[in-house]
Design a protein around this ligand. Structure first.
Ligand SMILES: [Zn+2]
Length: 490
Protein backbone atom coordinates (compact mmCIF):
# COMPACT_ATOMS: atom_id res chain seq x y z
CA UNK A 1 0.00 0.00 0.00
CA UNK A 2 1.33 3.43 -0.81
CA UNK A 3 0.31 6.37 1.26
CA UNK A 4 0.43 9.64 -0.60
CA UNK A 5 1.84 12.67 1.15
CA UNK A 6 -1.47 14.40 0.65
CA UNK A 7 -3.37 11.92 2.85
CA UNK A 8 -5.56 13.64 5.41
CA UNK A 9 -5.84 11.80 8.69
CA UNK A 10 -8.42 11.88 11.42
CA UNK A 11 -8.16 10.81 15.04
CA UNK A 12 -10.24 7.93 16.37
CA UNK A 13 -10.61 8.35 20.11
CA UNK A 14 -12.46 6.47 22.80
CA UNK A 15 -12.42 7.43 26.46
CA UNK A 16 -12.28 5.23 29.52
CA UNK A 17 -13.41 7.16 32.56
CA UNK A 18 -13.10 6.17 36.20
CA UNK A 19 -15.32 8.22 38.50
CA UNK A 20 -15.28 7.60 42.23
CA UNK A 21 -18.81 7.63 43.59
CA UNK A 22 -18.64 9.89 46.61
CA UNK A 23 -20.93 7.95 48.89
CA UNK A 24 -20.62 8.03 52.68
CA UNK A 25 -19.16 4.52 52.84
CA UNK A 26 -17.12 2.25 50.59
CA UNK A 27 -18.41 -0.19 47.94
CA UNK A 28 -18.42 -3.37 50.00
CA UNK A 29 -17.71 -2.34 53.62
CA UNK A 30 -18.68 0.38 56.12
CA UNK A 31 -15.40 2.32 56.00
CA UNK A 32 -15.92 6.02 55.22
CA UNK A 33 -15.04 7.42 51.78
CA UNK A 34 -12.45 10.08 52.65
CA UNK A 35 -10.53 12.81 50.84
CA UNK A 36 -7.15 11.13 50.40
CA UNK A 37 -5.33 14.45 50.35
CA UNK A 38 -6.75 15.46 53.75
CA UNK A 39 -6.73 12.17 55.69
CA UNK A 40 -3.79 10.37 57.31
CA UNK A 41 -2.98 7.22 55.27
CA UNK A 42 -4.51 3.89 56.26
CA UNK A 43 -6.97 5.29 58.81
CA UNK A 44 -10.17 4.47 56.89
CA UNK A 45 -9.65 0.74 56.36
CA UNK A 46 -10.96 -2.59 57.63
CA UNK A 47 -10.58 -6.31 57.06
CA UNK A 48 -12.85 -6.21 54.00
CA UNK A 49 -11.18 -3.41 52.04
CA UNK A 50 -7.71 -4.67 52.89
CA UNK A 51 -8.56 -8.15 51.68
CA UNK A 52 -8.35 -10.37 54.75
CA UNK A 53 -9.30 -13.97 54.03
CA UNK A 54 -12.76 -15.12 55.10
CA UNK A 55 -14.52 -11.74 55.10
CA UNK A 56 -17.75 -11.12 53.20
CA UNK A 57 -18.42 -8.05 51.02
CA UNK A 58 -21.86 -6.39 51.07
CA UNK A 59 -23.08 -4.21 48.14
CA UNK A 60 -23.51 -0.50 48.98
CA UNK A 61 -27.05 0.33 47.81
CA UNK A 62 -26.35 4.05 47.57
CA UNK A 63 -23.42 3.39 45.20
CA UNK A 64 -25.75 1.38 42.95
CA UNK A 65 -28.25 4.28 43.01
CA UNK A 66 -25.52 6.76 42.05
CA UNK A 67 -24.42 4.48 39.21
CA UNK A 68 -28.02 4.19 37.97
CA UNK A 69 -28.36 8.00 38.02
CA UNK A 70 -25.24 8.38 35.88
CA UNK A 71 -26.43 5.60 33.58
CA UNK A 72 -29.77 7.36 33.09
CA UNK A 73 -28.07 10.74 32.55
CA UNK A 74 -25.99 9.04 29.83
CA UNK A 75 -29.15 7.66 28.19
CA UNK A 76 -28.13 4.09 28.95
CA UNK A 77 -30.26 1.00 29.22
CA UNK A 78 -30.17 -0.07 32.89
CA UNK A 79 -29.90 -3.84 33.01
CA UNK A 80 -32.36 -5.69 35.34
CA UNK A 81 -29.59 -8.10 36.24
CA UNK A 82 -25.91 -7.44 36.42
CA UNK A 83 -23.14 -9.56 37.85
CA UNK A 84 -20.04 -8.72 39.84
CA UNK A 85 -16.91 -10.57 38.75
CA UNK A 86 -13.39 -11.02 40.03
CA UNK A 87 -10.70 -9.45 37.89
CA UNK A 88 -7.56 -11.33 38.91
CA UNK A 89 -4.15 -9.72 38.91
CA UNK A 90 -1.40 -9.11 41.41
CA UNK A 91 -0.21 -5.67 42.41
CA UNK A 92 0.65 -4.09 45.79
CA UNK A 93 -2.37 -1.78 45.55
CA UNK A 94 -4.68 -4.81 45.38
CA UNK A 95 -4.32 -6.81 48.59
CA UNK A 96 -6.96 -9.43 47.67
CA UNK A 97 -5.18 -10.32 44.43
CA UNK A 98 -8.36 -9.45 42.54
CA UNK A 99 -10.58 -6.45 42.01
CA UNK A 100 -14.35 -6.83 42.22
CA UNK A 101 -15.70 -5.41 38.98
CA UNK A 102 -18.40 -6.14 36.40
CA UNK A 103 -17.40 -7.80 33.16
CA UNK A 104 -19.81 -9.69 30.94
CA UNK A 105 -22.92 -8.26 32.60
CA UNK A 106 -22.43 -4.54 33.33
CA UNK A 107 -25.09 -2.40 35.01
CA UNK A 108 -25.64 0.08 32.15
CA UNK A 109 -25.14 -0.25 28.38
CA UNK A 110 -25.84 1.36 24.98
CA UNK A 111 -26.10 5.02 25.94
CA UNK A 112 -24.98 8.29 24.42
CA UNK A 113 -24.04 11.82 25.36
CA UNK A 114 -24.59 14.88 23.16
CA UNK A 115 -21.51 17.10 23.24
CA UNK A 116 -21.42 20.78 22.31
CA UNK A 117 -18.93 21.65 19.57
CA UNK A 118 -17.25 25.04 19.21
CA UNK A 119 -19.31 25.89 16.10
CA UNK A 120 -22.56 25.49 18.05
CA UNK A 121 -23.44 22.07 16.64
CA UNK A 122 -24.03 19.06 18.88
CA UNK A 123 -22.55 15.61 18.26
CA UNK A 124 -23.72 12.27 19.60
CA UNK A 125 -21.04 10.18 21.33
CA UNK A 126 -21.93 6.56 22.04
CA UNK A 127 -21.53 5.12 25.53
CA UNK A 128 -20.68 1.44 25.31
CA UNK A 129 -21.08 0.61 28.99
CA UNK A 130 -20.90 1.85 32.56
CA UNK A 131 -20.13 -0.62 35.30
CA UNK A 132 -19.51 -0.66 39.02
CA UNK A 133 -16.26 -1.72 40.63
CA UNK A 134 -14.07 -0.92 43.61
CA UNK A 135 -11.08 1.40 43.54
CA UNK A 136 -7.63 0.04 44.31
CA UNK A 137 -5.28 1.38 46.98
CA UNK A 138 -2.96 4.25 46.11
CA UNK A 139 0.75 3.66 45.61
CA UNK A 140 3.01 6.53 46.56
CA UNK A 141 6.51 6.30 45.08
CA UNK A 142 9.01 8.32 47.07
CA UNK A 143 11.62 8.35 44.32
CA UNK A 144 14.40 6.80 46.41
CA UNK A 145 13.25 3.28 45.57
CA UNK A 146 10.74 3.23 48.42
CA UNK A 147 7.03 2.92 47.77
CA UNK A 148 4.18 3.37 50.24
CA UNK A 149 0.61 2.16 49.95
CA UNK A 150 -2.47 4.05 51.21
CA UNK A 151 -5.41 1.64 51.56
CA UNK A 152 -7.85 4.46 52.32
CA UNK A 153 -8.69 4.41 48.60
CA UNK A 154 -9.08 0.65 48.48
CA UNK A 155 -12.76 -0.24 48.06
CA UNK A 156 -14.09 3.24 47.25
CA UNK A 157 -17.01 2.78 44.81
CA UNK A 158 -15.88 3.38 41.26
CA UNK A 159 -17.91 3.76 38.09
CA UNK A 160 -16.09 2.88 34.89
CA UNK A 161 -17.58 4.48 31.79
CA UNK A 162 -16.43 3.40 28.33
CA UNK A 163 -17.31 5.39 25.21
CA UNK A 164 -17.45 4.20 21.63
CA UNK A 165 -14.52 5.48 19.51
CA UNK A 166 -16.69 8.34 18.23
CA UNK A 167 -14.43 11.26 19.14
CA UNK A 168 -12.24 12.71 16.37
CA UNK A 169 -10.01 15.34 17.97
CA UNK A 170 -8.61 16.75 21.19
CA UNK A 171 -11.33 19.40 21.18
CA UNK A 172 -14.08 16.80 20.96
CA UNK A 173 -12.47 14.81 23.78
CA UNK A 174 -12.40 18.00 25.84
CA UNK A 175 -16.05 18.79 25.07
CA UNK A 176 -17.00 15.27 26.15
CA UNK A 177 -14.89 15.48 29.31
CA UNK A 178 -16.42 18.82 30.33
CA UNK A 179 -19.98 17.70 29.68
CA UNK A 180 -19.54 14.42 31.57
CA UNK A 181 -17.86 16.16 34.48
CA UNK A 182 -20.69 18.71 34.66
CA UNK A 183 -23.24 15.88 34.77
CA UNK A 184 -21.40 14.13 37.62
CA UNK A 185 -21.34 17.43 39.51
CA UNK A 186 -25.02 18.14 38.85
CA UNK A 187 -25.86 14.68 40.17
CA UNK A 188 -23.61 15.34 43.19
CA UNK A 189 -21.97 11.93 42.82
CA UNK A 190 -18.44 13.21 42.15
CA UNK A 191 -16.62 16.50 42.81
CA UNK A 192 -14.98 16.38 39.37
CA UNK A 193 -11.58 17.18 40.83
CA UNK A 194 -9.17 15.43 38.45
CA UNK A 195 -6.12 16.81 40.27
CA UNK A 196 -7.13 14.75 43.31
CA UNK A 197 -7.68 11.66 41.16
CA UNK A 198 -11.35 11.19 42.08
CA UNK A 199 -12.12 11.48 38.37
CA UNK A 200 -9.74 9.95 35.81
CA UNK A 201 -10.04 10.07 32.04
CA UNK A 202 -7.89 7.93 29.79
CA UNK A 203 -8.11 8.36 26.04
CA UNK A 204 -7.22 5.56 23.63
CA UNK A 205 -6.14 6.94 20.32
CA UNK A 206 -5.49 5.83 16.78
CA UNK A 207 -5.53 7.67 13.47
CA UNK A 208 -6.68 6.70 9.96
CA UNK A 209 -7.10 8.35 6.58
CA UNK A 210 -10.25 10.47 6.52
CA UNK A 211 -13.11 8.42 5.14
CA UNK A 212 -11.59 5.05 6.00
CA UNK A 213 -13.47 2.68 8.26
CA UNK A 214 -10.53 0.74 9.63
CA UNK A 215 -9.40 0.84 13.24
CA UNK A 216 -5.61 0.96 13.45
CA UNK A 217 -3.38 0.10 16.40
CA UNK A 218 -4.16 2.38 19.30
CA UNK A 219 -2.20 3.81 22.20
CA UNK A 220 -3.57 5.00 25.50
CA UNK A 221 -2.57 7.98 27.64
CA UNK A 222 -2.66 7.57 31.40
CA UNK A 223 -2.25 9.81 34.47
CA UNK A 224 -3.82 12.98 33.08
CA UNK A 225 -4.59 15.42 35.86
CA UNK A 226 -6.94 17.81 34.07
CA UNK A 227 -9.36 17.90 31.16
CA UNK A 228 -7.13 20.47 29.45
CA UNK A 229 -4.16 18.10 29.60
CA UNK A 230 -6.37 15.27 28.34
CA UNK A 231 -7.31 17.42 25.36
CA UNK A 232 -3.75 18.57 24.66
CA UNK A 233 -2.32 15.08 25.14
CA UNK A 234 -4.87 13.67 22.71
CA UNK A 235 -4.09 16.30 20.06
CA UNK A 236 -0.33 15.77 20.44
CA UNK A 237 -0.69 11.98 20.22
CA UNK A 238 -2.75 12.28 17.02
CA UNK A 239 0.00 14.44 15.51
CA UNK A 240 2.70 11.98 16.63
CA UNK A 241 0.94 9.01 15.05
CA UNK A 242 0.39 10.88 11.78
CA UNK A 243 4.11 11.69 11.67
CA UNK A 244 4.94 8.02 12.30
CA UNK A 245 2.72 6.86 9.41
CA UNK A 246 3.89 9.63 7.07
CA UNK A 247 7.49 8.56 7.61
CA UNK A 248 6.60 4.95 6.80
CA UNK A 249 6.69 3.64 10.37
CA UNK A 250 4.08 1.82 12.40
CA UNK A 251 2.37 2.62 15.69
CA UNK A 252 2.87 0.20 18.59
CA UNK A 253 0.25 -0.71 21.14
CA UNK A 254 1.55 1.04 24.21
CA UNK A 255 0.72 3.14 27.21
CA UNK A 256 1.98 6.72 27.10
CA UNK A 257 2.16 9.58 29.57
CA UNK A 258 1.79 13.34 29.08
CA UNK A 259 4.85 15.55 29.49
CA UNK A 260 3.28 18.90 30.28
CA UNK A 261 6.51 20.86 29.98
CA UNK A 262 7.48 19.49 26.58
CA UNK A 263 3.82 19.30 25.45
CA UNK A 264 4.25 15.78 24.05
CA UNK A 265 3.31 12.23 24.95
CA UNK A 266 6.08 9.93 26.20
CA UNK A 267 6.35 6.15 26.20
CA UNK A 268 5.54 4.50 29.54
CA UNK A 269 4.96 0.84 28.81
CA UNK A 270 4.78 -1.36 25.74
CA UNK A 271 1.92 -3.86 25.75
CA UNK A 272 3.22 -7.13 24.37
CA UNK A 273 0.10 -9.22 24.86
CA UNK A 274 -3.46 -8.73 25.98
CA UNK A 275 -3.82 -8.99 29.74
CA UNK A 276 -5.56 -12.14 30.93
CA UNK A 277 -7.54 -11.36 34.05
CA UNK A 278 -9.26 -14.76 34.31
CA UNK A 279 -12.61 -13.15 35.15
CA UNK A 280 -15.18 -15.26 36.94
CA UNK A 281 -18.40 -14.36 38.81
CA UNK A 282 -17.76 -13.14 42.38
CA UNK A 283 -19.03 -16.06 44.51
CA UNK A 284 -19.48 -13.91 47.64
CA UNK A 285 -22.00 -11.51 46.06
CA UNK A 286 -25.53 -12.10 44.77
CA UNK A 287 -26.63 -11.15 41.25
CA UNK A 288 -27.43 -7.42 41.34
CA UNK A 289 -31.14 -7.09 40.65
CA UNK A 290 -32.51 -3.71 39.62
CA UNK A 291 -36.28 -3.45 39.31
CA UNK A 292 -38.02 -1.07 36.93
CA UNK A 293 -39.76 0.55 39.92
CA UNK A 294 -36.42 1.29 41.54
CA UNK A 295 -35.06 2.86 38.33
CA UNK A 296 -38.24 4.96 37.99
CA UNK A 297 -37.98 6.14 41.60
CA UNK A 298 -34.36 7.18 41.06
CA UNK A 299 -35.20 8.93 37.77
CA UNK A 300 -37.98 10.87 39.53
CA UNK A 301 -35.62 12.44 42.05
CA UNK A 302 -32.81 13.35 39.65
CA UNK A 303 -32.01 17.07 39.40
CA UNK A 304 -32.40 19.11 36.22
CA UNK A 305 -29.35 18.36 34.03
CA UNK A 306 -27.36 20.83 31.88
CA UNK A 307 -29.20 20.32 28.55
CA UNK A 308 -32.65 20.67 30.14
CA UNK A 309 -31.50 23.72 32.08
CA UNK A 310 -30.10 25.29 28.93
CA UNK A 311 -33.41 24.82 27.09
CA UNK A 312 -35.27 26.40 30.00
CA UNK A 313 -32.91 29.40 30.09
CA UNK A 314 -33.49 29.93 26.35
CA UNK A 315 -37.27 29.55 26.45
CA UNK A 316 -38.36 30.86 29.84
CA UNK A 317 -35.64 33.40 30.61
CA UNK A 318 -34.97 34.53 27.02
CA UNK A 319 -31.20 34.26 27.37
CA UNK A 320 -29.11 33.91 24.22
CA UNK A 321 -27.43 30.59 23.37
CA UNK A 322 -23.98 31.77 24.42
CA UNK A 323 -25.03 32.96 27.89
CA UNK A 324 -27.22 29.89 28.47
CA UNK A 325 -24.38 27.55 27.46
CA UNK A 326 -21.82 29.26 29.70
CA UNK A 327 -24.14 29.42 32.70
CA UNK A 328 -25.12 25.73 32.65
CA UNK A 329 -21.62 24.42 31.91
CA UNK A 330 -20.85 24.40 35.65
CA UNK A 331 -23.40 23.56 38.28
CA UNK A 332 -21.95 26.16 40.67
CA UNK A 333 -22.36 28.93 38.07
CA UNK A 334 -25.95 27.88 37.33
CA UNK A 335 -26.71 27.92 41.07
CA UNK A 336 -25.21 31.38 41.51
CA UNK A 337 -27.22 32.63 38.53
CA UNK A 338 -30.50 31.09 39.70
CA UNK A 339 -30.07 32.38 43.25
CA UNK A 340 -29.55 35.90 41.86
CA UNK A 341 -32.63 35.64 39.63
CA UNK A 342 -34.68 34.31 42.55
CA UNK A 343 -33.55 37.37 44.53
CA UNK A 344 -35.17 39.59 41.92
CA UNK A 345 -32.37 40.12 39.40
CA UNK A 346 -33.25 40.55 35.73
CA UNK A 347 -31.95 37.32 34.07
CA UNK A 348 -30.21 39.02 31.14
CA UNK A 349 -28.56 41.67 33.33
CA UNK A 350 -27.44 39.09 35.90
CA UNK A 351 -26.05 36.89 33.09
CA UNK A 352 -24.08 39.86 31.72
CA UNK A 353 -22.58 40.65 35.11
CA UNK A 354 -21.58 37.03 35.74
CA UNK A 355 -20.04 36.36 32.32
CA UNK A 356 -18.49 39.84 32.22
CA UNK A 357 -17.26 41.37 35.46
CA UNK A 358 -17.35 38.32 37.75
CA UNK A 359 -15.55 36.03 35.28
CA UNK A 360 -13.02 38.83 34.67
CA UNK A 361 -12.24 39.00 38.41
CA UNK A 362 -12.11 35.21 38.78
CA UNK A 363 -9.83 34.85 35.73
CA UNK A 364 -7.46 37.39 37.25
CA UNK A 365 -7.01 35.01 40.21
CA UNK A 366 -6.98 31.89 37.98
CA UNK A 367 -10.10 30.59 39.71
CA UNK A 368 -12.01 27.77 38.03
CA UNK A 369 -15.64 28.54 37.18
CA UNK A 370 -16.85 25.99 39.73
CA UNK A 371 -15.13 28.01 42.47
CA UNK A 372 -17.65 30.85 42.13
CA UNK A 373 -19.17 29.75 45.46
CA UNK A 374 -15.94 30.69 47.25
CA UNK A 375 -15.73 34.32 46.08
CA UNK A 376 -16.78 37.04 48.52
CA UNK A 377 -19.65 38.32 46.36
CA UNK A 378 -22.97 36.68 47.20
CA UNK A 379 -25.62 36.43 44.44
CA UNK A 380 -27.99 38.63 46.49
CA UNK A 381 -25.29 41.32 46.74
CA UNK A 382 -24.85 41.28 42.97
CA UNK A 383 -28.59 41.90 42.62
CA UNK A 384 -28.32 44.76 45.14
CA UNK A 385 -25.53 46.30 43.07
CA UNK A 386 -27.61 46.04 39.88
CA UNK A 387 -30.44 47.73 41.83
CA UNK A 388 -28.21 50.73 42.63
CA UNK A 389 -27.54 51.20 38.90
CA UNK A 390 -31.23 50.75 38.03
CA UNK A 391 -32.25 53.36 40.59
CA UNK A 392 -29.66 55.72 39.14
CA UNK A 393 -27.74 55.97 42.43
CA UNK A 394 -24.50 55.00 40.71
CA UNK A 395 -23.54 54.75 37.06
CA UNK A 396 -22.08 51.72 35.28
CA UNK A 397 -18.47 52.83 35.67
CA UNK A 398 -18.88 53.29 39.41
CA UNK A 399 -20.64 49.92 39.59
CA UNK A 400 -17.53 48.30 38.11
CA UNK A 401 -15.42 49.99 40.78
CA UNK A 402 -17.83 48.76 43.47
CA UNK A 403 -17.79 45.17 42.20
CA UNK A 404 -13.97 45.21 42.37
CA UNK A 405 -14.18 46.27 46.02
CA UNK A 406 -16.89 43.67 46.79
CA UNK A 407 -14.68 40.98 45.23
CA UNK A 408 -11.53 42.07 47.06
CA UNK A 409 -12.95 42.92 50.47
CA UNK A 410 -16.54 41.70 50.62
CA UNK A 411 -19.37 43.88 51.89
CA UNK A 412 -22.71 45.21 50.72
CA UNK A 413 -22.70 47.50 47.70
CA UNK A 414 -24.84 50.19 49.36
CA UNK A 415 -22.45 50.35 52.34
CA UNK A 416 -19.44 50.56 50.03
CA UNK A 417 -21.03 53.36 48.01
CA UNK A 418 -21.84 55.31 51.16
CA UNK A 419 -18.52 54.74 52.97
CA UNK A 420 -16.50 55.81 49.93
CA UNK A 421 -18.78 58.63 48.81
CA UNK A 422 -19.39 56.98 45.42
CA UNK A 423 -23.06 57.91 45.11
CA UNK A 424 -23.66 59.95 42.01
CA UNK A 425 -24.72 63.56 42.14
CA UNK A 426 -28.27 63.95 40.90
CA UNK A 427 -28.99 67.38 42.38
CA UNK A 428 -29.50 69.48 39.25
CA UNK A 429 -28.17 72.64 40.86
CA UNK A 430 -24.85 70.93 41.60
CA UNK A 431 -24.65 69.60 38.04
CA UNK A 432 -25.46 73.07 36.61
CA UNK A 433 -22.74 74.55 38.79
CA UNK A 434 -20.16 72.05 37.46
CA UNK A 435 -21.23 72.78 33.89
CA UNK A 436 -20.96 76.53 34.40
CA UNK A 437 -17.50 76.02 35.87
CA UNK A 438 -16.35 73.89 32.92
CA UNK A 439 -17.69 76.33 30.33
CA UNK A 440 -16.10 79.31 32.08
CA UNK A 441 -12.73 77.54 32.13
CA UNK A 442 -12.84 76.71 28.40
CA UNK A 443 -14.09 79.76 26.49
CA UNK A 444 -12.23 78.84 23.26
CA UNK A 445 -13.90 75.44 23.07
CA UNK A 446 -17.28 76.99 23.75
CA UNK A 447 -16.71 79.42 20.86
CA UNK A 448 -15.72 76.56 18.54
CA UNK A 449 -18.95 74.78 19.46
CA UNK A 450 -20.94 77.93 18.74
CA UNK A 451 -19.15 78.10 15.37
CA UNK A 452 -20.59 74.70 14.51
CA UNK A 453 -17.84 72.31 15.65
CA UNK A 454 -20.19 69.86 17.37
CA UNK A 455 -17.60 67.32 18.41
CA UNK A 456 -16.16 69.79 20.94
CA UNK A 457 -19.13 68.96 23.13
CA UNK A 458 -17.44 65.62 23.88
CA UNK A 459 -14.41 67.43 25.29
CA UNK A 460 -16.60 69.72 27.38
CA UNK A 461 -18.58 66.74 28.63
CA UNK A 462 -15.28 65.17 29.78
CA UNK A 463 -14.38 68.36 31.65
CA UNK A 464 -17.73 68.40 33.45
CA UNK A 465 -17.46 64.73 34.45
CA UNK A 466 -13.94 65.40 35.74
CA UNK A 467 -15.22 68.14 38.01
CA UNK A 468 -17.93 65.70 39.23
CA UNK A 469 -15.29 62.97 39.69
CA UNK A 470 -17.25 60.71 37.36
CA UNK A 471 -20.08 60.38 39.85
CA UNK A 472 -23.01 61.50 37.76
CA UNK A 473 -25.45 60.08 35.28
CA UNK A 474 -23.79 60.81 31.96
CA UNK A 475 -27.12 61.02 30.15
CA UNK A 476 -28.42 63.64 32.56
CA UNK A 477 -25.20 65.68 32.39
CA UNK A 478 -25.19 65.59 28.58
CA UNK A 479 -28.75 66.90 28.43
CA UNK A 480 -27.98 69.76 30.84
CA UNK A 481 -24.73 70.58 29.02
CA UNK A 482 -26.54 70.77 25.66
CA UNK A 483 -29.10 73.13 27.20
CA UNK A 484 -26.35 75.33 28.66
CA UNK A 485 -24.57 75.54 25.31
CA UNK A 486 -27.79 76.29 23.42
CA UNK A 487 -28.47 79.12 25.88
CA UNK A 488 -25.17 80.74 24.86
CA UNK A 489 -26.40 81.11 21.28
CA UNK A 490 -28.89 83.75 22.32
ZN1 LIG B 1 -13.27 -1.23 54.83
Amino acid sequence: MTVSQATDYEGVIGLEIHAELQTATKMFCRCPVVDLTATPPNTAICEICTGYPGVLPVINQRAVEYAIMVGLALNCEIRPYSIFARKNYFYPDLPKGYQISQYEYPLAVNGYLMIDLADGRQKRIGIRRAHLEEDTAKNIHLGDGTSLVDYNRSGIPLLEIVTEPDLRSGEEAEAFGRKLRAILQYLEVNSGDMSKGVLRMEPNISVRPVGANELRTRTEIKNLNSIRNMSRGTAAEIERQITVYESGGSVNQETRGWDEHRQKTVLQRVKESADDYRYFPEPDLPVLEVSEEWVDAIAAKMPELPDAKRSRYLAALQLNEYDAGVLVADRAIAEFFETAVAAGGDPKTVANWITGQIFRLMNKDSLEREEIGSISIQPEQLVALIGLVDRNLINNNTAKQVVDIMYAEGGDPADIVEARGLAQESDEAVLQEAIAQALAANPDEVQRWLDGEEKVSKFLMGQVMRILKGKADAQQVQTLLNEALENRRA
